[in-house]
Design a protein around this ligand. Structure first.
Ligand code: ADP
Ligand code: TRP
Length: 328
């Protein structure tokens, strides 16, 4: 059976973009593959989170994974920092990673530009840590968004290079993977394109009904269509895209018809969209709240995940130590 690895950094609550871009494919993949889904808490240290926030965010993401249906009976769900073999393999990979190639990674250069005062070594070696996460379980497939493509190329490069340096055929090259042909991009409601935490335009799975209604009603629109069957400008297309994701096909068709005949009333459309997002989010939100309070259950999931993931990682490290030539 093929192996799948993916992680999300614990930097806040999950939003609709995270669900439809990542979690939904986790749910499908856990039915078919040997899956490792983790919370990338070491990765999040590049921005120096407060210990209380880190603790809370790890618990939040874990509860949200579970509430969405990522199933500890089917997948190995774990917290990255529970797997002590990861920093060991990260160290070995860093010995074969060159400063020049790490400095050329686009997301690194972007971070340097955004935060010139926090160019730390962890940020530079983010791709080696991510490669470690992936090859430590010999992943075949990694479900990630387009923005991670360069990190995936680095992971393949580091796997190949390790094999070449030691003259072995040990690590395989992981492939990026998307469940659908075109990876879904969930738009924001402020007309700025992608829904994301950092852009402040996200609808979170944990948002209550009133909050969701308020966010949707505030969505940016225009003055309305003036010609029949007119092409939709981006801000309007965004509303339709969200509707396509959460509403019944007949609802979408109804508003499309209204658009095409220039009879659309954005207020009505937003009310319907808010109601449909709420209908979709409410059961998930209720499960999140339930699970968050169930400390016993969360502890058990994390313990079992850590055992399974550590066992897999330890098998790899035993081979790697032998290949590198450490004494036994
Ligand atoms: P954010 O952009 O909110 O900081 P992350 O970068 O932590 O989210 O992304 C976590 C996962 O969710 C990644 O796999 C990413 O591709 C996916 N994702 C995030 N936002 C969206 C979106 N608007 N549409 C589709 N997928 C998304
Ligand atoms: N870099 C990924 C992100 O920002 C998170 C991540 C860390 C990851 N390690 C991973 C994703 C390994 C897939 C596999 O979204």
């Amino acid at each position: 059976m093929q192996t799948v690895v993916s992680g999300i950094r614990p930097t806040g609550n999950l939003h609709l973009g995270n669900y439809f871009g990542a979690i939904r494919s986790f749910l499908q993949m856990q039915e078919e593959y040997n899956c490792f889904f983790f919370i990338a808490d070491w990765h999040s240290l590049t921005t120096h989170p407060h210990p209380d926030n880190l603790r809370q965010n790890v618990k939040t993401i874990l509860s949200e994974y579970l509430a969405c249906g990522v199933d500890p009976e089917k997948s190995t769900i774990y917290v990255q920092s529970d797997i002590r073999q990861i920093p060991e393999l990260y160290l070995y990979l860093n010995m074969n990673a060159y400063i020049g190639e790490l400095e050329r990674v686009t997301s690194f250069k972007e971070k340097v530009r955004q935060n010139p005062n926090n160019v730390n070594a962890g940020l530079l070696t983010y791709p080696t840590l991510m490669a470690t996460d992936i090859i430590i379980h010999h992943a075949d497939k990694v479900p990630v968004g387009k923005d991670q493509e360069q990190n995936m190329e680095m992971a393949r490069l580091f796997a190949r290079r390790f094999n070449r340096i030691y003259g072995v055929e040990y690590f395989k090259e992981p492939a990026s993977f998307s469940m659908s042909d075109k990876a879904l991009k969930v738009p924001g409601l402020d007309g700025s394109g992608k829904m994301g935490k950092s852009t402040g335009n996200a609808i979170y799975l944990i948002d209550d009904e009133a909050t969701i209604r308020k966010k949707v009603m505030k969505a940016v629109t225009d003055s309305g269509p003036t010609r029949m069957n007119q092409e939709k400008p981006e801000v309007i297309q965004n509303l339709f895209t969200l509707m396509e994701i959460v509403s019944e096909p007949s609802t979408l068709e109804y508003f499309n018809e209204k658009w095409n005949t220039c009879e659309i009333r954005y207020g009505d459309m937003k009310k319907q969209l808010a109601a449909d997002i709420n209908a979709w989010c409410t059961p998930i939100r209720e499960r999140i709240l339930d699970i968050q309070n169930n400390e016993e259950y969360l502890k058990k999931v994390v313990r079992i995940g850590a055992e399974k993931a550590s066992a897999s990682a330890e098998r790899t490290l035993q081979d790697v130590r032998e290949i590198i030539g450490f004494h036994r």
